[in-house]
Design a protein around this ligand. Structure first.
Ligand code: MN
Length: 242
């Protein structure tokens, strides 16, 4: 089987995504087994274009996995309830609406207009269908890290402490002051990969690879110098966009 290539938070940076995918192709990797960890949208300028590309890419390569991040949650919540947390400056929803105005060539002045336009182009149904996690025999992927007490092993199987997990956990959980590696649960027989957490505030512009989990977000879309990372599995090689 071709390697799995995992890509974390893109945050609207089409340029970084294209650079990374180009680099992967030059190195001889195929793009038919990509796993996107969510937060494809917001902050950067090209969210609409990225979502459109993801829909087409998954149609072409059905093995493609695209997860839901907290930013897709914020956008969906706004569209469904009018909650405007999405528009807080740090969240970057305004940039996403601007990208849809350009992409669709429409004014999109109100939330109902935006919702109607997103339904018409298929983006709403796409975003609304994104799963919260993806599990294979060897790996566990989620946008945010799963904290320690959540899983327990039973007879060699992975069993969740309480089913279903609160859905926000997959998108929003955050170690706070706990060192990230200590915070994250060690999945039995599975290597975990998450996005969601960068360490730009500590001037760390890299992904962090631990024995049981990889924190893959290097801060793409949150700082002009931050790259988009990719984790290539099973070799655990990390590449960065320019
Ligand atoms: Mn996130």
């Amino acid at each position: 089987m071709n390697p799995l290539i995992v890509i974390p938070d893109i945050h609207g940076r089409w340029d970084k995504l294209q650079n990374l995918l180009g680099m992967l192709c030059v190195l001889g990797y195929t793009l038919d087994n990509l796993v996107f960890l969510g937060d494809m949208i917001d902050r950067g300028p090209d969210s609409a274009r990225i979502i459109d590309w993801l829909i087409k890419h998954r149609a072409q390569y059905p093995n493609t996995v695209i997860l839901r991040g907290n930013h897709e949650e914020l956008m969906l919540e706004h569209l469904e309830t009018g909650n405007d947390t999405w528009f807080r400056p740090n969240n970057g929803g305004v940039a996403t609406i601007a990208s849809y105005r350009r992409f669709l060539g429409a004014e999109l002045k109100t939330t109902p207009q935006l919702l109607k336009a997103l339904r018409a182009c298929g983006h709403f149904d796409f975003l609304n269908s994104l799963p919260f996690y993806h599990e294979t025999a060897d790996y566990f992927f989620s946008h945010a890290p799963i904290p320690k007490p959540i899983y327990r092993p039973v007879g060699g199987l992975t069993v969740m402490e309480s089913l279903p997990l609160p859905r926000e956990l997959y998108c929003w959980s955050y170690p706070g002051r706990i060192p990230e590696a200590e915070y994250a649960y060690q999945h039995p027989a599975r290597y975990a990969v998450c996005g969601h957490i960068h360490r730009l505030r500590e001037e760390i512009f890299e992904a962090r690879l631990y024995d049981h989990i990889c924190f893959l977000d290097a801060g793409c879309g949150c700082h002009s110098q931050a790259a988009l990372a990719a984790l290539i599995l099973p070799e655990k090689r990390i590449l960065y966009s320019l």
